[in-house]
Design a binder for this molecule. Sequence first.
Ligand code: GLN
Length: 484
Amino acid sequence: MIKITDVSSALQNKEISCRELTEKYLTEAEKVNRDINAYITLTPEEALRAASQVDSKIAGGEKLSPLAGVPFVLKDNVSTNGIKTTCASRMLENYEPVYDAHTWTALKNAGAVMIGKGNMDEFAMGSTCEHSYFGGAKNPRDLSRVPGGSSGGSAAAVAGGAAVFGIGSDTGGSIREPAAFCGIVGLKPTYGAVSRRGLIAFASSLDQIGPLAASSRDAALVLDAISEKDPMDMTSRGLPKVSDCLGGEVTGMKIGLAPEYFENIPDSIKKPVLAAAEKYREMGAELIDVSFPMLKYSLPTYYILACAEASSNLGRYDGIRYGHCAEDFTTLDEMICKTRTEGFGEEVRRRILLGTYVLSSGYFDAYYKSAERIRREIAADFARVFDKCDALLTPTVPMTAIKIGAGLSPIETYMTDICTVPVNIAGLPAVSTPCGFDEDGLSVGLQLIGRKFDEKTILTLSDAFERATEEKYIADTKMGVEKL
Ligand code: GLN
């Protein structure tokens, strides 16, 4: 796959102009999109504007920043002033934000070139990317399968050669799961490492923006560009640069393995993940047995907290302020009710109802308050793990990419998040990198979870694995732009 550094050196050495490169990606993105529906909107004007700026910098002999001229896909829940930001919902079908998200500003300042806005599950609720008002995205490794969700469009665009890197958001696994399904790298940063200003909120205490990329090194370069502290987001802390720290040895590092994470996991997933652990041992890391008894409470805790926060965050879509508004009504109540029924898809409506229920008087203590209490216990389990080791190694998803239209029930779909949600509940960083294939040749991802603000350790580990295995598990889909 084409990497960020490949693009930078081709541009610096004047092998290709940024305009030519951008046109190439725009053409391929349009072509590939007919198959994989990775983009909701292509943004050629914006891309060419950014490209010409990069070209003038090169002409002026300026040294380029690492992301300058690099084509990327931005998930369609990240606000772009004057450019449609739909959240894959009818509710925001024609919505154009009036301000830029912090991440989008940071990427513009870094000279990165946005090719378009990535498809996703509506309001980031889902694990398959099938819940998009604009039709689901497809997995470039196998077009009969989902790319994962909710950042499925961003992952599919990167794996399908229609962008060099992608930006996703991860509330319960939405960066790591599609990364695993599409055979690329996905990083969910520590809560607070990347500003959430301008990210359309799903569950504010869990949401984080992060990169999808062709390698851990690329993910680190993107993280460095977007992780500056933002004074306009109260929860933003920022993160020191990590890309310079990669490339080191893993000798002496302690990697935890918790049996709970391997219960009920099919062999086709367990084998490559445990083989990766063995690889780390060969490379000099120490494997440590730990336990994570709270894992079994993670899914209910997540779905109570996420739905509660969603029901509150999505209250703003009432047809009065912005977004879709029903046409045919007689009373205010009817207007709001019709607007929300028409504007939201089934899954979003289900979550709002669930969330409203768990917050309602009489149920608040039983559900929401208990979930908050268990949230602290889950964080305590992690704290005990990190007393003994530097990172916890788990599968990313208990399965590989499922067939489109497999018709999983909501509960079955929620189960796909079992390995990813604890990380969001505790606000930790985690990376998913490909570690093998199942019997159908579909990608399997391994997840490395780290201490808060210690992205450096998990990225050092995932980068070391990718180098030791010569990146042979990273997607090669023979699609889109294959050569610069
Ligand atoms: N699949 C999870 C959900 O549907 C996670 C979504 C996400 O991370 N945005 O809630």
